[in-house]
Write a protein that binds this ligand. Structure first.
Ligand SMILES: O=C(O)CCC(=O)C(=O)O
Ligand SMILES: [Fe+2]
Length: 194
């Protein structure tokens, strides 16, 4: 399974700054891209809030993610085009996202079809015991194609994971605190005349 880990993409101070800005942000239930449900979330699939980041913060996140394009293209050996608007996510205690694929799965012919690389940036850290600004649970599980033991990731605050959009992954329920992440997707480069 291809999993790229980028440590310390954000400094601890940047994480705190982003989190402080998100404290003020409005929230709505996070959705899923699914024709069947018309994009609405099926509550048994996902529970998380999508935060309305202030536009300058959103722009900063987009610049940061776009700066990774060359590295991601090289790592995954795929030509990448646009990067989707970053989603700022908050998982409260009990929130989760069941095993899913983000795109590039031909059976689902929706806007996710051209997604090639998913990126997830964690803004705060996991801790075993409840303490300010951290969360418990909320691990990311990556399931290898064809079965086998899943790979369990607990990224440090400010670090990013990138993987092929068709990789099956899930977020286990948060058991204490609040987990903050930023997710986005790079689509394949559009080939002229294709
Ligand atoms: O919040 C996360 O860590 C993962 C989010 C995710 O998998 C998604 O939005 O597709
Ligand atoms: Fe996902």
């Amino acid at each position: 399974m291809d999993l790229l880990r980028i440590a310390a993409l954000l400094t601890p101070a940047q994480c705190l700054d982003w989190l402080a800005q998100l404290e003020q942000a409005g929230a709505a239930p996070a959705q899923v891209l699914d024709n069947h449900y018309g994009g609405r979330v099926a509550p048994q699939m996902r529970r998380a809030a999508r935060l309305q980041a202030p536009p300058p913060l959103h722009a900063q996140a987009m610049d940061l993610l776009q700066s990774l394009r060359p590295r991601l293209q090289e790592c995954f050996d795929v030509a990448l085009g646009r990067c989707e608007a970053a989603q700022f996510l908050r998982y409260e205690t009990g929130d989760f996202f069941v095993a899913h694929q983000d795109g590039n799965t031909p059976l689902l012919r929706d806007a996710s079809l051209t997604r090639r690389v998913s990126v997830i940036l964690l803004l705060n850290a996991a801790a075993d015991a409840p303490c300010d600004g951290s969360y418990g649970g909320g691990e990311l599980l990556f399931h290898p194609r064809g079965g086998g033991e899943p790979c369990r990731e607990v990224p440090a605050a400010g670090s990013l994971l990138a993987f092929r959009a068709e990789t099956t992954h899930e977020v286990l329920p948060v058991v204490h605190g609040r987990r903050y992440s930023v997710a986005s997707w790079f689509h394949g480069a559009v080939v002229e005349g294709a």
